[in-house]
Design a protein around this ligand. Structure first.
Ligand code: AHR
Length: 516
């Protein structure tokens, strides 16, 4: 039986000044913050795969078997834990057999969801799994339920994971891969209420059960099957979760290991600019990002009612900011800039996921490169790449991967613009495998520093070291010509006196502290 509330942060108490109090209960940690909460998503969309990851063996851009070396190196530095592929909406139109065998013989297709461009299928299963091996991350493959067949999905699992002799395993060998791959995470369709087939939840639930029946464990690693979830941005989201939890139960067991949920931060106005915004948009986007917590609570309450023992994980396999595309770019490619605001959006979201880590199995930022809230932007027609502020937030939070969540009590000041108010401070504390305690703090106040007084209970510390991510303007961002405008720097605004840590938290910042 899990203890639903034991690892959670206490409700935030808000004070209308700049004093913030935290108590870290370092001896009360129970739950692990899975590194999979810091997962990624790469779809055949715009320049995410082609140009972002894949340049082909003959490219002048340094690559290993067609995969960009600079991108692999940067993502490895994040400790990227998993990568979801090939979609998204693309997944329910993708036929995996088109993406194997000699590249010159692979059929093309039209990517109808994303710009109507011709997909040459040069990046297929072998290339994706090569990428995951280069990254040292777990693959999370989303199968085609919407326009594919049960047989096709079953054969994909067999092709990838079966060690013995079989038609699919032999085909894999003919295509140059003797050893099976280890593929654990498997999605059964994507957004099947919309782009994945316009299904009603009752219909999808039956389809899910049928597909799941034939998604056998061909390999040594049992599959972790993820059912398509609702989008919290849409209507009737709760009903989808309710029906799936009710109908995907067989006797005393659930048919899935994870149930997905998507939530994008649009703000009150769809397609608002990614840069060149003012304070109102800062408040709008960050308050919209904080709604992730309400959405999780709503859907988790439904899941808990059906599954009080927590057999089914929530899998937030798409989240992030969604703005207007950059001027002059293909509207179907979803290419947007990424500013300091996105780094704070990521940090606030991580804190929410961490608080619910006892119930969330995985989360995936949309998307890794050149699409929506990207970690990396690559130059079109050139060889440069740039790390975004969001990349740096992911990197600063790496300390929490697989660490023990330390319960903390937070009393935060608030600040407001018009009728939108934000808690000034958000935080996560954890203890890593070596016993070190890490505290990450975010100050959402666009213009004012915050003082944080943090009591350390159940531990002793004698030193503190820190890093700071901030910038001189709200929309500060990195460009190919100015790639380091927003990057972490050393931070000396924290001091320790006995069991009290005092932090002078700069305006619009993320700070990571390591206690020793
Ligand atoms: O991430 C972009 C798209 O957003 C995905 O393809 C889809 O699942 C969602 O609607």
């Amino acid at each position: 039986m899990r203890l639903a509330l034991a690892g959670e942060v206490q409700p935030v108490v808000r004070y209308p000044d700049r004093m913030n109090r935290i108590v870290i209960n370092a001896d009360l940690g129970q739950h692990t913050i899975s590194r999979h909460l810091y997962g990624h998503f790469a779809e055949h969309l715009g320049r995410c795969i082609y140009g972002g990851i894949w340049v082909g063996e003959d490219s002048p851009i340094p690559n290993t078997r067609g995969i960009r070396n600079d991108v692999v190196e940067a993502l490895r530095a994040l400790g990227i834990p998993n990568l979801r592929w090939p979609g998204g909406c693309f997944a329910d139109e993708y036929h995996w057999m088109d993406g194997i065998g000699p590249k010159g013989s692979r059929p093309t297709m039209v990517n109808t969801h994303w710009g109507g461009v011709t997909e040459n299928n040069h990046f297929g299963s072998h290339e994706f799994l090569d990428l995951c091996e280069q990254l040292g991350c777990e693959p999370y493959i989303c199968g085609n339920l919407g326009s594919g067949t049960v047989q096709e999905m079953q054969q994909w699992v067999e092709y990838l994971t079966f060690d013995g002799r079989s038609p699919m395993a032999d085909l894999r060998r003919e295509n140059g891969r003797d050893e099976p791959w280890r593929v654990k995470y498997w999605g059964v369709g994507n957004e099947n209420w919309g782009c994945g087939g316009s299904m009603r939840p009752e219909y999808y639930a039956d389809e899910y059960r049928r597909f799941k029946t034939y998604l056998r464990n061909f390999g040594s690693e049992p599959l972790y099957r993820v059912a398509c979830g609702a989008t919290a941005n849409g209507r009737d989201a709760a009903r989808w979760t309710e029906v799936l939890m009710e109908r995907c139960r067989q006797e005393d067991r659930f048919a899935m290991d994870g149930l997905a949920l998507h939530y994008y931060t649009f703000g009150s106005e769809r397609r608002s600019p990614a840069t060149g915004f003012g304070e109102a948009a800062w408040y709008d986007i960050l308050s919209s990002a904080l709604q992730m917590d309400e959405h999780l609570r709503e859907h988790l309450a439904i899941m808990d009612r059906h599954d009080p023992e927590g057999h089914v994980d929530m899998v937030v396999d798409e989240w992030g900011s969604w703005y207007a595309v950059e001027p002059g770019t293909n509207p179907g490619f979803l290419y947007q800039q990424n500013s300091l605001r996105d780094a704070l959006l990521a940090a606030l979201t991580f804190d929410i996921f961490n608080r619910h880590c006892h119930r969330i199995g995985m989360a995936n930022i949309a998307q890794t490169i050149n699409v929506l809230q990207a970690m990396i932007l690559t130059e079109e027609g050139g060889d440069r790449m740039v790390l975004t502020p969001s990349y740096h937030a992911f990197e600063m939070y790496r300390v929490h991967h697989d660490a023990t969540l330390l319960p903390l009590h937070l009393e935060s000041a608030t600040h407001a613009l018009g009728d939108v108010s934000l808690p000034a401070v958000s935080a996560t504390a954890s203890r890593d495998a070596e016993g070190r305690v890490h505290l990450t703090l975010t100050n959402t106040d666009p213009g004012r520093d915050q003082e944080v007084s943090c009591s350390l209970r159940g531990m002793s510390a004698s030193g503190v070291a820190g890093r700071l991510l901030s910038a001189d303007s709200l929309d500060a961002h990195n460009t190919f010509d100015d790639p380091e405008r927003v990057r972490p720097v050393a931070f000396d605004g924290a001091s320790l006196q006995q069991d009290t840590l005092t932090v002078h938290l700069p305006a619009r910042s993320v700070v990571a502290l390591a206690l020793s």
